[in-house]
Write a protein that binds this ligand. Structure first.
Ligand SMILES: Nc1ncnc2c1ncn2[C@@H]1O[C@H](COP(=O)(O)OP(=O)(O)OP(=O)(O)O)[C@@H](O)[C@H]1O
Ligand SMILES: [Mg+2]
Length: 224
């Protein structure tokens, strides 16, 4: 099986060598647990090997804000952005004005940039809007079917709790399910990462300690 290194210290070992390629990975967790950092760090890692990365967001804050926030991390590098190896695309306007066009726009954007790694961060506002329109299930089925047909690692982030994620449609459809959490244990809050599923590979189970520092995120397998 082909793999793409995650670029997250400690995670490739847990995954048996990296993200299976192709694969669709749902990265779930509450706000502030590190989803964006992990996903974007993986794009920058891929760019070092010449892999194209595409970051798609639909939150109303423009993509430059995300870049601005991310620029404090050591893995952040302007060069792959200037060379358009990594592209940040904001589909917030499409989502607000033409929610019926969101799937088509995502697919056209992916076709345009032909990425090796795709991040959709977060899927939650699109999901909620389409759920309200009664189009969420159809959208998810089509999006996942489309992504599975590509030669990419697709990371889709979602604000889903442990309880939501295992019963969610996208959790069921994704090849891989990674959840980040921030529980209080004995009066201390710890960031944790757990691989709930990864089709086609053996992987470490159980919650592992996740560190966030200026170097980005890192997993410390075995430490809890
Ligand atoms: N330099 C740093 N050192 C340590 N921790 C940091 C640093 N920069 C950010 N963090 C931590 O990372 C968190 C933000 O992570 P990130 O934005 O990736 O989370 P997220 O899951 O995408 O959140 P959201 O759901 O709000 O988008 C901050 O809340 C903070 O705890
Ligand atoms: Mg985020």
């Amino acid at each position: 099986m082909k793999r793409r290194s995650s670029g997250i210290p400690g995670l490739d070992g847990m995954l048996g060598g990296g993200f299976p390629n192709p694969s669709t990975i749902l990265l779930g967790g509450a706000p502030g647990t590190g989803k964006t950092t992990l996903a974007v760090q993986s794009l920058f890692h891929g760019a070092k090997n010449g892999e194209n990365g595409l970051y798609i967001t639909a939150i109303s804050e423009p993509a430059w804000l995300v870049q601005n926030f991310l620029s404090s991390f050591e893995f952040y590098d302007r060069e792959p952005i200037e060379k358009e190896i990594i592209n940040f695309i904001d589909l917030g306007q499409t989502m607000m004005k033409r929610p019926d066009m969101i799937l088509e726009t995502i697919m056209k954007t992916i076709e345009k940039y032909n990425p090796d790694r795709v991040v959709i961060d977060p899927i939650t506002p699109i999901r909620d809007l389409l759920q309200w329109r009664g189009e969420m299930r159809e959208f998810m089925h089509q999006l996942f079917a489309y992504l599975k047909g590509l030669n990419t690692v697709s990371i889709i982030t979602a604000e889903l709790s442990y309880d939501d994620i295992s019963s969610s449609l996208e959790g069921y459809m994704a090849d891989g399910l990674i959840i980040l959490s921030y529980p209080e244990v004995n009066g201390v809050r710890r960031k944790l990462l757990e691989i709930l599923k990864m089709r086609g590979t053996d992987h470490t189970t159980g919650r592992q300690l996740l560190e966030i520092s200026k170097n980005g995120v890192a997993v410390q397998p075995g430490l809890r």
